[in-house]
Design a protein around this ligand. Structure first.
Ligand code: ADP
Ligand code: MG
Length: 242
């Protein structure tokens, strides 16, 4: 069964149609890559799934239930977790407390929330930082903290928005390993990523948009050689980027 389905979803910002009649289905257990040049509407699609903004048209379905009109916290409680392109941890709190605050979505007390938080910090290789203030973390660890916070909400689907941006090659490999490990834990992943190496090596299927419209969908190797996809990136001067 599709765990996330978009049916003809559109979003207008004033006169700009940022997302234009996009439909796709993400199957349970899949790593589904969403790509497109800068400004093509990827983050907006995440914001529509999580209802940070209302859709202008169309429907968002989660595991067979129409969630289009639900509130953001209800969508999170159903099991749709996410990270943000611009990481925004609670800077004055420790790494551990950041994750504890997310775990409270489900935990019925401090002890349980702390247990869960410690589990996800370990999962994300963040245990050595747990007592540090979040604002002092280097970028790669901040990205992992963002993922740990999302995982602590116990999502069934995780929306990852450019969590590999700004990482060096060694950190990229770690990020790829972490994403694979998340999928192995049973979480379906919808990922927006600019770095070709990452998106191509981990996605089962890729959906490509340009100017808010779908231009291709399929297996990574097919999408990568699709003339419409190549043109969208070349037209954008995005050599080397996805
Ligand atoms: P991507 O993530 O693919 O780079 P975005 O989804 O962030 O692209 O943006 C798609 C388009 O929508 C861009 O033209 C952007 O300027 C515009 N946009 C995004 N969010 C808003 C907003 N809150 N208000 C107005 N325009 C927006
Ligand atoms: Mg974006």
């Amino acid at each position: 069964m599709a765990i996330i389905e978009l049916k003809g979803v559109s979003k207008n910002f004033g006169g700009l149609r940022a997302v234009d009649n996009v439909s796709f289905k993400v199957q349970e257990g899949e790593i589904f890559g969403l790509i497109g040049p800068n400004g093509s509407g990827k983050t907006t699609i995440f914001n529509l799934i999580s209802h940070f903004f209302p859709v202008s048209a169309g429907q968002v379905i989660f595991a067979g239930t129409d969630i289009t009109r639900l509130k953001t916290h209800q969508i999170c409680a159903l099991g749709v977790g996410r990270t943000f392109q611009v990481v925004r941890p609670l800077k004055r709190m420790t790494v551990l407390d950041n994750v504890i605050s997310s775990a409270f979505l489900r935990a019925d007390g401090m002890r349980r929330a702390r247990e869960q938080a410690e589990k996800w910090l370990d999962f994300c290789n963040l245990t050595p930082y747990s007592g540090q203030l979040a604002r002092g973390l280097p970028i790669a660890s901040r990205k992992r903290l963002e993922i740990a916070r999302a995982l602590a909400t116990a999502p069934k689907v995780l929306l990852l928005d450019e969590t590999a941006a700004g990482l060096n090659p060694g950190e990229l490999d770690e990020a790829i390993e972490l994403i694979k490990k998340i999928r192995e834990s049973g979480v379906t992943i919808l990922i927006v990523e600019h770095i070709m190496k990452v998106i191509m090596s981990i996605s089962d299927r890729i959906h490509c948009i340009n100017h808010g419209q779908t231009i291709a969908e399929g297996e990574p190797r097919d999408v990568a050689k699709d003339p419409k996809v190549i043109e969208a990136y070349l037209g954008h001067g995005g050599g080397g980027h996805a």
